[in-house]
Design a protein around this ligand. Structure first.
Ligand code: SF4
Ligand code: MSK
Length: 636
């Protein structure tokens, strides 16, 4: 491996040498063993779509320029990318469907473990979806909202766009996307369409394939949006909460249960049940009872709603096990490394899978169903307590690193804070400060970690640069994890890194909203499925100014992107009109047509475009340049 540092996370830096000494393998070791990675794959010019292949295009022009069927590099790259996008859309929308079906069960009175925790939000959603909720019983409203959401998975008329897409974008954007033929009408049908049209011998025009990819990305947006909003209805809309992040949140004298994955349907119930089983844990010898911690986006979900501390983000999930202090790692869906079960064999840790469609060899499987959620959660906690009794304290090594983190800035929480400054027109303080330049723009940080770059470093470097330039910052997913672990979701970080005018605005809002000081430097908006929270704020600002998103000084960045979901999110951010940075070279560079479309032509077509820059300082520059360009366009 190059001399590049693996991470800037002190807890990981503490544990990696211990892991090496003990012969324990991590993702960084496997990444090193994988070098050099396949150059054809890196460029996206390897095709395995049919069994005449695999085919690969010679990027130097000396060897084959077409696959056996005649597909050229452009077709191959575009097809590979579009398939990645719909895989991401499938993951997010399956999550969304699961939440919508649970809401339907609640409406029908069949899921006793769940309640409607935010009735007002449910009624607001019903209003937004034109369901006339006034005077209706709340369960009836839940049913109607669930059915309107599920309609986005079943509508057959192509001319009618998905409810959640149409009602959450500006009319101008809906029109633009409809004219391009990329407005989704049915999430499942769009995913099927893209898989079908990228089958051998179908859509071979690279730009047309990419338009399909855009439609797939907007299906992803739809699934994500409904997933977040309906989760808030069931589990509560996040409000600011002070908690902690990094592996130091594990406790030596507690039964440590790490909840990992994405879907709050299970983790929420585990938190409820664990509270009731504290005494059993104490009887088993755990003086501090049960300590739930989060990993990845399930971690973000329970952090922002319950203040449960975040143990770590994606790339360092294995290190949680290497502390020897995790008694059970309970996983649901997405971003769970299959490696964790073999690692857990070296410890007492029980890896518990919970979803029929997401099993890992070597894990204990305790299947979770909404109608018997309490029973599954109880069994899981019992397994964890039992594992605690077998913990070998000689192997326990909890790094003494944790940072305070203020989490839970949902769109509603941001509006609530702003309303303390101006009750009649809460957006006014934000808009006034954008217009007068105290806030130069807004940056949304999203996405994962990737061992191709130093873990967390890109996030932190770019954020510090943008902070100096008075850019307001929001974060989700493992990006939020990076900021939380590295102390940027604190008031102290605002004092230390924000430019003078940004600091003044964050302080004025923070003081008015009862924070006794500034808002944190980076506002935690939730898990990776929650990026639509940022869209909600941005669309409200755009509506207020009477412009579309492609005019606003708002940018997005996924500086350590990895997952297919991240590819989908980045693509819909572009489709909505945002300059969108990625800090990893995407697997598309083997096609000039695709690269040019995404980084240049998209700008004319959609207003949004991709910026590819692996150097975080240069990336910060480019993001700020994009912000200034937008400001100039608005004449501010
Ligand atoms: Fe090769 Fe064409 Fe088959 Fe792809 S679809 S593997 S390029 S023959
Ligand atoms: S978990 S998709 S690594 S953000 Fe949401 Fe993190 Fe990326 Fe998974």
């Amino acid at each position: 491996m190059s001399k590049m540092n693996k991470t800037i996370d002190p807890a990981v830096n503490y544990l990696l040498p211990l892991a090496k000494k003990a012969g324990l393998e991590t993702a960084w070791d496997r990444y090193e063993a994988m070098q050099p990675q396949c150059g054809f794959g890196e460029l996206g010019i390897c095709c395995r779509i049919c069994w005449k292949g695999p085919c690969r295009i010679d990027p130097f022009g000396n060897g084959p320029q077409r696959g056996v069927c005649g597909a050229d590099a452009h077709t191959i790259v575009a097809r590979n990318l579009s398939r990645m996008i719909v895989a991401g859309a499938a993951a997010h929308s399956e999550h969304g469907r699961h939440v919508a079906l649970t809401l339907l069960e609640v409406g029908e009175g069949h899921a006793p473990a769940y309640q409607i925790k935010d009735e007002q939000k449910l009624r607001d959603i019903a209003e937004k979806l034109n369901l006339s909720p006034a005077g209706k019983d709340i369960k009836q409203v839940a049913k109607e909202v669930a059915l309107a959401s599920l309609e986005d998975f079943s509508r057959q008329k192509h001319s009618i766009p998905c409810n959640w897409a149409k009602e959450t974008m500006s009319a101008e954007r809906v029109d633009k996307l409809a004219k391009l033929g990329v407005m989704p009408h049915n999430i499942d049908a769009v995913i099927t369409e893209i898989m079908g049209r990228t089958h051998v011998g179908c859509d071979a025009d690279a730009v047309n394939v990419l338009l399909g990819g855009l439609k797939g990305a907007l299906a992803d947006y739809t699934g994500m949006y409904l997933s977040t909003e309906l989760s808030d209805v069931l589990f509560g809309t996040p409000e600011p909460v002070v908690t902690a992040a990094n592996l130091g949140v594990l406790k030596k004298d507690a039964v440590n249960i790490a909840v990992h994955g994405h879907n709050p349907l299970l983790s929420e119930i585990i938190c409820d049940v664990a509270l009731k089983m504290n005494e059993e844990a104490k009887k088993a010898g755990a003086k501090e009872g049960i300590n739930i911690v989060g990993i990845c986006c399930t971690g973000n979900e329970v952090m922002m709603r319950r203040g449960i501390p975040l143990a770590t983000n994606y790339l360092s999930q294995e290190l949680a096990i290497i502390t020897g202090a995790v008694d059970a790692m309970v996983v649901d869906v997405q971003c769970i490394m299959p490696a964790i079960t073999s690692l857990a064999e070296c410890f007492h840790t029980q890896v518990i899978t919970t979803m029929r469609e997401n099993k890992i060899t070597g894990a204990t499987h305790i299947e979770f169903h909404e109608d018997s959620a309490f029973d599954s959660a109880k069994k899981i906690v019992e397994v964890a307590i039992d594992a605690f009794k077998r913990r070998d304290n000689r192997k326990v090594n909890i790094p003494d690193y944790k940072q305070t983190a203020i989490a839970g800035f949902s769109a509603e929480a941001i509006m609530a804070a702003l309303s303390k400054v101006n009750a009649k027109d809460p957006l006014k303080p934000l808009i006034d400060n954008i217009v007068n330049g105290n806030i130069q723009g807004i940056a949304l940080f999203a996405g994962c970690n990737n061992p191709q770059v130093t873990q967390d470093n890109n996030f932190i470097t770019i954020a510090k640069e943008l902070a100096k330039n008075n850019v307001l910052m929001l974060a989700t997913g493992c990006g939020a994890g990076a900021f939380a672990k590295n102390g940027l979701m604190t008031q102290e970080a605002t004092e230390a890194y924000a430019g003078d005018s940004l600091k003044a605005v964050l302080t004025a809002i923070g003081k008015a909203a009862g924070f006794n000081g500034p808002l944190p430097l980076v506002l935690h908006m939730g898990s990776c499925v929650d990026n639509t929270r940022a869209v909600k704020v941005a669309v409200a600002v755009a509506d207020n100014l009477g412009v579309d998103l492609d005019k606003l000084p708002v940018v997005a960045s996924a500086p350590e992107a990895m997952a297919e979901k991240a590819v989908a999110i980045g693509t819909w951010a572009v489709a909505l009109g945002l300059p969108t940075h990625i800090g990893i070279v995407p697997q598309i560079m083997g096609s000039s047509v695709v690269a040019e479309f995404l980084t240049e032509k998209a700008k004319d077509l959609l207003g949004g475009y991709f910026i590819v820059e692996t150097d975080p300082e240069k990336a910060a520059d480019q993001l700020f340049t994009a912000i200034k360009e937008r400001r100039k366009g608005l004449g501010i």
